[in-house]
Structures are given as C-alpha cells and as structure tokens.
Write a protein that binds this ligand. Sequence first.
Ligand SMILES: Nc1ncnc2c1ncn2[C@@H]1O[C@H](COP(=O)(O)OP(=O)(O)OP(=O)(O)O)[C@@H](O)[C@H]1O
Length: 930
Amino acid sequence: MPGLDSSSSRLATAKSSNGSRSGLKLKSKSKSKSKSKPKSKSKAKSSPSTTDTISPPSAKRQRQRLAADSLRWKALNAGSFAGVDAELEGVGVEWEEDDKGRKVARFVAAEGKTKGKGKAKEKTDDEDATGQINADVDEEVEFEVAGGSDASEDEGDDSAEEAVQWPEEEDAGLPSFSALDAEELDEVDDEENVEQEDTFDGAYGYGCLAIAVSGVWLDRGGTGRIRGANPRPDSLLPEWKAISLHSSLKRSLLASGFVKPTNIQARSLPAGLAGRDVVGVAETGSGKTLAYSLPILSHLLRSPAPKASVRRPLSALVLCPTRELALQVVEHLQRLLKHIAPDSDSDSGEALGGKKRPPRVSIGSVVGGLSAQKQKRIVERGCDVLVATPGRLWDLIKSDDELAAGIRGLRFLIIDEADRMIENGHFAELESIVRLTQRDDSQAPGPDDDDPVFAAMSTIFSETTPREDMQTFVFSATLSKDLQQNLKRRTRRPPKKGKRASALEDLVEKLDFRDENPEVIDLSPEGGVVKHLKESMVECVIADKASATAHCRHTYMLILPPLIQDLYLYYFLLRYPGRSLVFIGSIDGIRRLVPLFEVLQVPVYPLHSQLQQKQRLKNLDRQNESPFPLIISSRVLFKASKHAVLIATDVAARGLDIPHVDHVIHFNLPRTADAYIHRSGRTARAQNPGFALQLCAPEERGMQRALMKSLGRSKCTPAHLGPPRLTTPTSPCPLLSILPSGFCKSDLGRLRSMRISGSELMRNLAEELPDLPIDAGFMPKLKERIRLAKAIEKAQHEVKKENHDKNWLKETAEAMDLDLDPDMLSDLEYDPDEPVSRKGPKRKQGGGGPSANVANLKAELRERLAEPLMARGVSARYPTSGSKVIIDDLLAEKGHTTLLGAGTAKAWDEVQSGRKKLGNKRKRPQQQQH
Ligand SMILES: Nc1ncnc2c1ncn2[C@@H]1O[C@H](COP(=O)(O)OP(=O)(O)OP(=O)(O)O)[C@@H](O)[C@H]1O
C-alpha cells in the first residue's frame, strides 16, 4: 500500500476539515462498476444499500448506508491513523476465505514498514506470523486512506469519484473512506472510545482495525452504519480476552500470530497473573515459555517505569538447564517486548537529551561458556529479569553480595525443565540459589553453618528478607505424578523404607512456595509425546542378506554392525531431505559421524557440550542460517535452510525451539522415557507435523521394548491377556517389574501360570512401532559410498597424524639445534604406536603415502557420488522404458531426484503405505482360505 506516511497526513486532513474534505471513503469493490454509475446525488441517496460509490462525509449531508457486499478491505497500516501508536506500523488486515466459505481476517505482522501495496501484499501472503480471526462476512472490504490536497479539489462534490482524484496507479491500491462522516471519523480517533489499559489499553491501532471489523459485522446486520463507537479491541484476540494481560503484550501476541492461548497457557496464566504459584506439566512445544513469561512481563509493565539513575531491582530469575535454552528464553522475552508502546512514563530506548533511555524492561543472561566479565557487568548495571544456568549464576553470586540480596528479593522464581535441572551436577548450585529465596529463618546460615559461602553471606541473610509475595513457577514436559502430588500437598511423603528421596523431591522440599496450594496443572499427553508426532523405527539388521552375500565376494562390501546404522541414517537423510536432528548417545559418536557425512557431502553440524560455546551457537545458527538463530520467523528459516542435519547429544534434547525440524532421528536410543519425550519433542512443535525415527541396533531391541513400555505404550491390557499362549519355561519373577500399568495382582497370577520370560512378555506387551520401509535396491551403492567415506576418513586421520609427527620432529630438532636428515621427513610413515623394530620404520609399499591414498579415494568417491542412485528396475539410460518408468514422476515433480525411482512422499506417508502393503500381504492368505 503506497504512501503510508502520507496516508497518515491525509487522515489528519480528513479530521480537521470537518468532514467535507475528508480523505476517507469506502469504495466499491469494483471500480469499473462504480465509475459507470452516474454521479448523481439523488441516486446515491435513493439506493444507499446498493450504492457502489459513497459520497464524502459532510456535516450537512445525510449519512450513506454502507453495503457490506460492496466493501473491500485490504492490508492496512493501522499506524497511519491519528492517535495510533507508531509501533503498530506495518500491521495490516487481509481477508481470505476459510474452508466454510466465511471470510477470515488475517492480521499481518510486518517486521519493517510496509511500503507500497504490492510489497504489503507479498508480505502478507508469505507471512507465517499471522493471526486469524473469523469474521462472519461474505464480502471483501477495502480500507483506504485518502485525503490531502487531492481531496480538497473535490470539496462540495457529492460524488465519490469526484471527491477524490487519485493518480491512477495510487488509486488502484488506496482505500477510500468518503462514506464515513466526520462524526464517525471522530469516533474512530476518539481515545475515550477505545478500551483502556486492562483490556487492551493503548492499542489504538488495533482498536481502529476492530472498529472496521465490527463495522462490517454490524453492517451485515443491516444498520447501514459502520459502528465506530465504543469498539472492543479485544475482539481482535477474542481467545485471549479472558486473560488480563498488559495491552502491549497482547499487541505482541497479535504480531506473533498467537491468536489463541495454548492449553497450558490458558490454564496457567490466570493463576500466574493472580499471584499464585504454578507447577505446569505439558507436552513439548506447547508454549510453556510464554506461560511463565507473560505473568512476569505483565507485572513489570504494570509497575512504574524504571529510572535511569537507579539500579533496577532484580524482579525475576529464570533458571534453565542448558545455555542454549537460557539464551532462547532471553530471545523469547525480547520478542515479546518488541511491541511495547512508548508511553509517557515508559522508556523505549529512544534518544532522550542525547542519552539513550534504558529499556522499559531489561533482560539479562548469565550462562557458562560466554564471557563472565561481561555478564558480571550486566548484572551490576541491574536488570529486571535474569535468565541463567545455575552453575555460572552461583559463581557470580559468590562474589556479588548485591546479586545475592537481589535473589532474596525476587518477585518471580522460575525453574524451567525442573526435572533436568537436578541432573548433571546442576543440583548443588540450584539448591544453593533456591535456598536464598527461602523465608524460613532456620534455613539462614548461622555461625555454625559449615558452608563457607553461606557463612560469608550471613549479613545478607540478616539484613534482607525474601519477599512474601514471591511467585514460584516450575515447568517441564515431564514431571512425575508423585512429585506433582507432593508439590500439591506441600509435604513430602517420607520415602519408603530403604529408598532414598529423589533429588527432585529434595528440590521440591526446598522450594518455598508462598502459595498454600500451588496450582498444579498436568496436561502431559498419553504416551508421553505429542499426538501429532508420527513415530517409526528401523531395525538395523542386514535385512537384505541375499544382496549382502552377493556383494561380500568383495570383502570391502562387508558392512559390520556399527556401520549398518550409518547406512540407514545416510539412506534416510537422502531419501527424506529436510531439517533433521540426529540424537546420538556420545560425543565420540558425533566426532565419528560428522566427518563421515561431511565426506559424503551431507551438510551436517555437530552440537555437544565439549564444543566451545560460540561454536555451539554457531552450529545452531547454521541450522537456522541466521545470525540470530531463534529470532527470525519460521517461514524465513524454512525457506533459507531446507536441508540441514544437526547431530547432537542430549544437550539439544531439552527446550530448544528450532523452527520446523522435520525429523528427529534417534541414532542411539535414549536411556529413559523422559529423554525420548524431550528429544522427540524437538519436532512436531506448536501443532506442526513431525516425524521421529528410532534406528534400532539388534542389541537395542530389548531396550526399545522397555522404552515403549515405560512410555505407557502397551498394546495389551489385562483384558487382552486371553488364554496362555507363551510357554517359555522360566522364572516368573521378572513379570512383577515389567507389567504395564493397568495390570493388578490377580492378573499376575494368570501371567505366572503362563510361565513366560520377561523378554517374551515384553515382546508381547509393548507396542511395536511401525517400520519405515527401506528400498533395498539403493543399498549396495550407498554401502559402497559409506565404505569409501570411511576409508577416506581413516586415511585423512593418518595424514593428520603423520603431519603432526613430522611437525613435532621438526620443532624438537629446532629446539635442540639439530639438523634433520630430509629422508626422515619424506614419505616416511612413522607410527609412534607401532612397536619399534630394529630394522627401523616401515616405508609405504607402492609409494605415494597416505596423502596420495586420500586423493585416490576421494577421486573414487567423487565418481560414486556422481553416479545416479536407482531403485531396482529403473534405467537411467532409458527413463521412459524398463520395468519402472520414472520419467512421468520426474516431470510431475513426484519423483525423487537423488534416489531415482523413489517417490517424494513424506516419511510418515511411506510408513503408512508400507503398512497397507504389509496388511494386504497378510490378508491375502486369509482371504484365499475363505
Ligand atoms: N499461543 C501460541 N500460539 C501459537 N504458537 C505459540 C503460542 N505460544 C507459544 N507458541 C510457539 O510455540 C513454540 C513452542 O513454544 P515453547 O518453546 O515455549 O514450548 P515448550 O512447551 O517450552 O516446549 P519444550 O517442552 O520443548 O521446552 C514456539 O515457537 C512459540 O513461539
């Protein structure tokens, strides 16, 4: 929409000119139609409801009826209205038809200013972050902003066409409001008519949109007027209406396209905003971050604005288990604050008297792996919200009494991923930090306190008191039911005899909930993972034994078990391109896989705890292809980086919100059900589809079944037991520990009588995931590629080692001032691990050495990589013939371009079609019997 700024001035003209020069007009849907109408006042008045063109407003003139059928709205810069926050620029409305044929308003959040109609339209089409509100209208309504000098030329003319003479190209994109009279315009701009603070305070821009929207609704009712008075801006976010958030936050929600709260948000926010303590358990990707962030920010925004000269007190502390997650939370919070309207008592960061104003709400982060000095400075300057990992925070607290005092005065304490926080050595620090927030004096250190750090803090404990109104939020996707009960009861049941209390129970004991009865919300899904996550598995055995035997004539073709998983992973990554996150059990495993796939030209990036923090963040960036990894919109990310593979340890399993991860691959099975839930939860987030694949080595099969069982995936209930079928004679004892929930003692008796082993029972009770079909025809060539890649990697390693040894030899000789025999540095293959022989070190047979070997292998791999990969029956030379004709699929873009003969269906679709085929095969003999 061109001329947003100018439209603003035009509107101002419209207001000041007492209607007659108003630049606002509502314009007919069809311009040609309106132009063909006679410019007659009487006609306009006589048939108002069908008038295409409506006269400019005038105090004397009779009001025109607006026919909704004749209206058309387009993306609108709400900021261009007088009285509208400048922050709202670039927010537009666009209408679309939903599947029921109703018109749907899309509220489009633009990051920059919307310039020109074409651009605004383009942005709207592509924008992911849109909100949708159903408006029960069947018409398109166009909003235009007119006015200025052009409008003045038409003063006194009743005809809409004459009222505003826009240049042709501008007119094409600009709305016309000539049908609104000055009174209505005043209503639009009258701040008193816009709901204030508590519902949608100050969001006049959206108020204007709401007026327009409700005007259309009302018009359909036949009043013939656009309702401008007393608009209810909350109608733009009706689903959020019941939640009394600060208006700026609602603006952020709208801009982010969060048109309705997720379940956990809807359940926890009222309690959080009412000052209660909340324990929230909900599926991965369900918006828990927002669930605890919004009460904090709402509280801060409703508090007096901070003064630049005073160090702001720390209000909220968010504790996260990993650095990436902490930084992501900071980004989430900052994104919410992006839309804060500048107002008289708040500071927006704009220049003020040459100095930059401090932000309205300041967020700081304290995480390991990044500069401690810098973080110390941030803390010393003061911030409202601190997001931290416990280790680094405790380090800072130890040397900063003011920070310790700040923690004692916290208004909000948040423990994100609480169950993870007690693992991996976080616990001691976490416990110490939590201890600072306890009110109970008996917890305060006395002279006898053996902890020197707390002893040193004794003055802080005596001089400061923790706040009575501190709220504690504990969130995770996985909190045990027992623990939730304990939290609710506030008193821990003593652990059973001989059993120690878990660390989490210990932590809960230490959390000093101020709320007598904390709000415990458990929305964890059945089976652990989100409903729309599709799961499958591949049992990594050499299934194609026949082909393997054939190829094993060449000894190099023999694929040993560790490599078979590499092979299946490679197959999957080629077969199903997209954004894949591969979880692997050890850092060593990542170090082995990354170079292997690099050699195979698959774009892989590692993420594990031993990478330098900067590298960890950079690799996340690479997944997102952005210097601001988790900030930019999913749409951009998806477009920018369709195919990327992140190979990570469980450091990436918790909380990370990487947009549009298509697949999660469990290269090694996780050890616990919780780990599986969190790992798999990196995909299928925020109601998006997702696919999780388990690559299961033969030796992991038992573990896999145990995993499914502990996820509550039992295909069998007691009712299914039926008569004994399994007869393996073995001790029945293991049964007691492996029964799925739902079985009671009487069932145990029945099971005992069946005399089955634990593993057999498991096989019969645990739900089997469907298999991902593998097209064995591709395997021989993929195996060969992997073999070569492995050989290259090994040879490269040898070259590195040799170079390292040579350098060492040179440096040592230099240090000792010795001359080296050049022969010693030639093609000598010196292996320090090799036993020293009297004959001296071995020389490479055939010459060339490892470097030449690498070059040869690379050349060979290049050739292999250039060769097409074809399914059985496909001919690359004759794509229009052969037993499998691929040309049609390729032309229709349905054929895989890398694996010729394979389709482009998504992994889950393939799983389902594989199931169907299998079902048919199984059915056939039965059908024959019948
Ligand atoms: N009300 C909402 N409507 C739409 N999307 C939302 C809403 N709230 C949050 N989201 C989006 O959902 C995604 C997941 O949110 P978030 O990371 O907070 O999930 P989570 O529950 O903390 O997940 P995890 O358990 O994995 O940590 C984010 O991209 C976030 O922007």
